[in-house]
Design a protein around this ligand. Structure first.
Ligand code: ZN
Length: 394
């Protein structure tokens, strides 16, 4: 059962705002919003997608803070009635659409808070993915730090020892006597360095960040999309519940994710591929052992830093001198508390006795369907050529 993952974590009280009412756009509004998002994707040069538990609910894996989420039910002393095992779950339409968007270069990078491994299993290569909270299908050596793909989900969470030896030699590396550990973060753990570095740099370089199925409450993951705004890009939030950063979004889409993605893909003229076991490295038995290596090379972070300097340095925005991942690591554990006042949602009664959620202060940028940021900063133009170059190399 995938919800058992939550049981493996240590007790922790501040799990954020849970169980807020879901909101659904009307069919016509949804159609217009999807059309607008497709246009923005077409016109963007560097799209980054941030995914949360909402992308996996249609695979049968419960989310955390939705009306039937794990933490929402926990507050009522309940547990999800059904949840599929991580081994039995398969990538959803949204996962497969994202793979297609990566393959076609429309999306440059995916940053996921999910530990279900469904992005990996959709066939997305490592270089396009940051997994900030770990992956049930990945194990890591405590000595050399290498990560390897597993054929079945780990039984433990919280970076515990799996009692198997490092597979470094099998991928052509030096013999290593380290022991393998699961990669699933517990509340107090710091995020994986290279994943966080790439996530930070890509979010800053992006001119369009799309958040799918996350209330953006967990930090630092939830704050990464704001870097796109900081450097002049757009922020799109697609979620049924209100999120912590709704006020900052240029577009909010309240619809079922698979439907939204399907509609956007149609507008882009792209077909959503079916899930195939031959592309799923956890299921493909023909795969060679070298392809089981899931380690991010440090050279990739260096390359992204060069790109960051070219794209973001000319944009004179205020930013602290160091990157998030370069600061004292103890400052950024997964759970750090923030001031709660920013994320208050009040209920307002409407005529028929039911209630709707409204934000404390209405934002002028929300849901207005008018592309406010018609042109990206001119300084980006010079960088575009560099992007083209980079894309052909990788
Ligand atoms: Zn090792």
């Amino acid at each position: 059962m995938s919800c058992n993952y939550a049981d493996g974590l240590s007790p922790y009280e501040d799990k954020g705002v849970c169980g807020l009412d879901e909101k659904f756009d009307t069919d016509e509004t949804l159609r217009l919003k999807c059309e607008l998002l497709a246009d923005w994707i077409k016109g963007a040069r560097h799209v980054v997608v941030h995914t949360g538990a909402g992308v996996s609910t249609s695979a049968g894996i419960p989310d955390f803070r939705g009306p039937n989420g794990v933490w929402t039910l926990e507050q009522k002393g309940l547990k999800p009635t059904s949840s599929i095992s991580f081994d039995d779950a398969i990538p959803t339409k949204s996962h497969m659409a994202l793979k297609k968007l990566i393959d076609t270069g429309k999306v440059k990078f995916i940053i996921s808070q999910n530990i279900d491994g469904l992005h990996l299993r959709s066939g997305i290569p490592r270089q396009f993915l940051a997994e900030l909270h770990g992956n049930m299908f990945i194990e890591q050596c405590d000595k050399c730090g290498r990560q390897f793909i597993r054929n079945f989900a780990t039984k433990s969470v919280g970076k515990k020892c799996l009692e198997t030896v490092c597979r470094s030699e099998q991928i052509g590396g030096r013999p290593c006597r380290g022991k393998m550990h699961d990669t699933i973060l517990d509340w107090e753990h710091n995020l994986p360095d290279n994943d966080l570095a790439l996530a930070d740099l890509h979010s800053s370089v992006a001119d369009l960040s799309i958040c799918l199925g996350t209330t953006l409450q967990i930090i630092p993951s939830g704050n990464l999309p704001l870097y796109t705004k900081k450097y002049g890009g757009r922020l799109v939030i697609c979620n049924l519940q209100p999120t912590k950063h709704d006020k900052k979004a240029d577009l909010i889409i309240n619809g079922k994710l698979d439907n939204v993605i399907e509609s956007v893909m149609k507008k882009l003229g792209l077909e959503i591929p079916e899930y195939e076991t031959s592309l799923d490295p956890t299921r493909n038995t023909e795969i060679n052992s070298r392809e089981m290596d899931w380690t991010i090379p440090t050279s990739r972070v260096k390359d992204m830093k060069i790109l960051y300097k070219k794209v973001c340095a000319p944009v004179k925005r205020k930013r602290r001198a160091t990157f998030m991942y370069e600061r004292d690591i103890t400052t950024y554990p997964i759970k750090r508390k923030e001031k709660k006042q920013e994320f208050k949602v009040k209920k307002e009664e409407i005529g028929n006795g039911s209630s709707i959620n409204v934000k404390n202060e209405p934002s002028e940028t929300n849901n207005d369907l008018v592309p406010k940021l018609e042109s990206i900063n001119d300084d980006f133009n010079e960088a575009s050529a560099y992007f083209q170059e980079q894309n052909t190399v990788t």
